[in-house]
Design a protein around this ligand. Structure first.
Ligand code: DAK
Length: 258
């Protein structure tokens, strides 16, 4: 049995963290299952992914505290390394990933959402990094990604105090792009993913690579990264198709990712 479900609708892949009894908490098997799903995504056809949590209560309530409680330190290191490699894979995944945060996004769950490109939330969503209260720190990238995303002072307050941030505050702080009712969330996530999927995949993938690459370096290096990625679109069939359609005042033919 897998703790991570995957289905597709058109050009969109939907990943559901499915360990509902433990509020979708992440243990070693969840990491393996999520990695297997990502490795199986058909990048020829799929243009955007959504990650959400099973049930009405949680996106992911964190790393599995029960399995970590008496974990020998070498296992802790292995678990940490595996988690971090996977979250980097999510961040660097060639196509955009939207986190549809449908409830608790705590600890490792908050970090999973932070590794995604875009976050939207339901009105019952809650974000927090409670690790200092457990005698550790967020170690799936939370100390690095949160302060890169939002105001550093707010990020530090969340990190030092474990402050729980509800959906409306998460919107105000810039953690999420939008908040919807629970019933609306998945439709809105699909709408967003489909809007991404309607654009030329070469362009979208190059934009993701340019933004992510540029965020880590100086503006001069960032401009170089942008130019390298810009070259991927020029000369492609999708670019010719779209630009000729504009000039000829017609709609472009469907994009073919070539
Ligand atoms: N781990 C394991 N089980 C969890 C869980 C978690 N994080 N969160 C919830 N559950 C389980 C509960 O134990 C309970 O199981 P049963 O008792 O039914 O068997 C079930 O889910 C339902 O939870 P509750 O009964 O507690 O439900 P409530 O509505 O009353 O409360 C809650 C919901 C989310 C407020 C509460 O469950 C809670 O506080 N959960 C823990 C949240 C949390 O502290 N999360 C952060 C975990 S620490 C590392 C890398 C990363 C990390 C650590 C190290 N290295 C690189 C080494 C990451 C750390 C974390 O994420």
């Amino acid at each position: 049995m897998s703790f991570v479900e995957y289905k597709t609708e058109g050009h969109v892949g939907i990943i559901t963290m499915s360990r509902e009894k433990a509020l979708n908490a992440i243990n070693d098997q969840v990491l393996d299952d999520l990695e297997a799903v990502l490795d199986g995504v058909d990048l020829e056809n799929i243009r955007a992914l959504i990650i959400t949590g099973a049930g009405k209560k949680a996106f992911v309530a964190g790393a599995d505290i029960a399995s970590m409680a008496d974990m020998p330190s070498e296992d802790g290191v292995k678990f940490g390394r595996k988690g971090n490699e996977l979250f980097l894979k999510i961040e660097r995944f060639p196509i955009p990933i939207v986190a549809a945060v449908n409830g608790f996004a705590l600890g490792g769950g908050c970090e999973l959402a932070l590794a995604c490109d875009i976050r939207i939330a339901s009105d019952n969503a809650m974000f927090a990094l409670p690790e200092t209260g457990l005698g550790i720190i967020p170690s799936f990238g939370g100390t690095q990604r949160l302060p890169r995303l939002i105001n550093v002072g707010i990020a530090k307050e969340m990190l030092y105090t474990g402050r729980r941030v509800m959906a409306d505050e998460a919107l105000k702080f810039g953690i999420v792009n939008a908040v919807y009712t629970q019933d609306e969330l998945m439709d809105k996530a699909m709408e967003l993913a489909n809007r991404i999927a309607s654009k030329a995949p070469i362009g979208v993938r190059a934009a993701k690579a340019a933004v992510n690459g540029g965020l880590q370096v100086s503006i001069d290096e960032g401009i170089e990264i942008e130019l390298e990625n810009s070259a991927k679109g020029f000369g492609s069939q999708d670019q010719r198709n779209a630009m000729h359609a504009f000039v000829e005042k017609r709609k472009p033919d469907p994009f073919i990712n070539k």
